[in-house]
Design a protein around this ligand. Structure first.
Ligand code: PMP
Length: 456
């Protein structure tokens, strides 16, 4: 086995974590739940980070970790990428934000538009949530309809309607033909549930039937070409055909949420998988590690942001939208993502997924691996899921997946929950071998628990 990085995971009695524990105690006094993001992992408390360098993170207790999270897939160049650091430093001394446009927003918009099919024009915002929200509002303003359709289990940020059925369970998700609109939080408005149609990914007949039944009410279908929370599985060609044809026939706008998946290729994920969106929501990598979101799309629809008789159909502003720090960091990030960088990420991704699959098949393990480009997800099922419902884990599967994340942490690798991780450009074959070796060691050590998983 490859030599493991020295590591000291949080909550592991062998290793140091006292400073993280102390900080969490302080944090619990000022933050509900001790944190300001529900998505932060704690086991039993979060690991506080001191700094990052390339593909690695260093915590406040002096431990080193290979970072397969990359701030939720944002840091495609890893930590402290020099062209981004220099661009931000230069801009910071000239001003961090103005109530005026800068040359930098034009440069970043030109870069996105030149690469990504169907992105004729762009509007910048501050997060992926905001990008999805304005893409939906743009579709409403274009069609004059209030409703949207989205896919069960897919994550699209925190706008009310996109949260519907994000965390559906077998107890409340309803039939396969007519999935329920499941509220995400206590007090979610009933009007929002009524205006959100829930579809199932990779089920063409169901999509056609449900959209036709609500024709005239639906402004947009919101689709992530490879929804990570719903399995990180690709769209099937028949499903995409049906999506295109039905939306075309019913005058429904297709919004591709590429906030996460734009990192799958030079032209993004829709181009890679054959999805033809009218609008795209973007974020994460296009800001180089600073807050950003963007709505892009065909001129005909982006016109809703253009003033007509003194007022656009959809006004959109934002104090920090297109702030020059995010713009210059984003431009440095995207310029470094040339064809060569994507080829590097692709070859690492293929090596990783192939290496993991080989262990799974040679040992006939009840695991599979999905993903594309620099993304991967390990599933506790021998067969790959086709949609969100197939990814629902029974208690024993959940327990094994939790041990997998812990095992990686105890070997110096941050593998996010649900074993969905991402790679970054500073990584090399050495890091990929390390991840494969740790997985191999895990399945040898946990043989009986893994075997018991199948008897659920
Ligand atoms: N859409 C998708 C597909 C995402 O993965 C995310 C964030 N993980 C969002 C939207 C929301 O982006 P943000 O966290 O920047 O608001």
């Amino acid at each position: 086995m490859t030599t493991l990085i020295t590591s000291h995971p949080v909550g592991d009695s062998k290793h140091r974590s006292s400073e993280s524990e102390r900080l969490f105690e302080k944090a619990c006094k000022v933050f509900p739940d001790g944190m300001t993001r529900a998505t932060i992992e704690k086991d039993p408390f979060p690991r506080y980070m001191a700094y990052g360098e390339g593909a690695y993170l260093y915590d406040v207790d002096g431990n080193q970790f290979l970072d397969l999270n990359g701030n939720f897939t944002t840091l495609i160049h890893g930590h402290g990428f020099q062209p981004i650091v220099e661009a931000v430093q230069r801009q910071l001394s000239s001003g961090s934000c103005f109530a005026n446009p800068t040359v930098h927003e034009i440069a970043l918009a030109e870069t996105l538009s030149a690469r990504i099919p169907n992105v004729d024009q762009v509007r910048f915002v501050n997060s992926g949530t905001e990008a999805v929200m304005f893409a939906i509002k743009a579709a409403r303003a274009f069609t004059g309809r209030p409703g949207i359709a989205k896919f069960e289990g897919s994550y699209h940020g925190a706008y009310d309607c996109v949260e519907v059925s994000q965390a559906a369970t077998p107890e409340n998700w309803g039939s396969k033909e007519n999935p329920n609109s499941v509220p995400f939080y206590h007090g979610a408005p009933k009007s929002v549930l009524d205006e959100t149609v829930v579809l199932r990914f990779n089920d063409a007949p169901q999509l056609e039937e449900r959209l036709k039944a609500r024709a005239g009410e639906i402004a947009a279908v919101l689709v992530d070409p490879m929804p990570s929370r719903a399995g990180l599985i690709p769209p099937e060609p028949e499903f995409l055909n049906s999506l295109h044809n039905t939306c075309h026939d019913l005058g429904i706008v297709i919004i591709s949420d590429e906030v996460l998946n734009l990192r799958q290729g030079y032209q993004g994920a829709s181009a890679r998988y054959g999805l033809q969106p009218d609008l795209l929501a973007m974020g994460k990598i296009i800001g180089g590690g600073l807050p950003i979101g963007a709505i892009g799309g065909r001129t005909e629809i982006m016109k809703v942001f253009t003033s007509e008789n003194g007022r656009p159909r959809l006004p959109q502003g934002g104090t920090f939208s297109a702030n020059p720090l995010s713009m210059v960091a984003g431009l440095a990030s995207m310029e470094a993502l040339d064809h060569q960088a994507f080829e590097h990420l692709e070859s690492l991704g293929v090596k990783l997924r192939t290496g993991l699959s080989k262990i799974m098949s040679e040992r006939s393990l009840p695991f599979s691996v999905s993903g594309g480009g620099s993304l991967f997800r390990i599933h506790p099922t021998a067969e790959l899921p086709r949609e969100f419902r197939d990814t629902f884990e029974a208690p024993r599967q959940k327990a094994v997946m939790k041990s997998l994340t812990r095992f990686f942490a105890s070997n110096g690798v941050i593998l996010p929950n649900a074993a969905a991780g991402c790679l970054s450009t500073p990584m090399t074959e050495k890091e990929i071998d390390l991840v494969i070796d740790i997985f191999d060691e895990f399945v040898r050590e946990q043989e009986s628990e893994i075997a018991a998983m199948e008897t659920n």
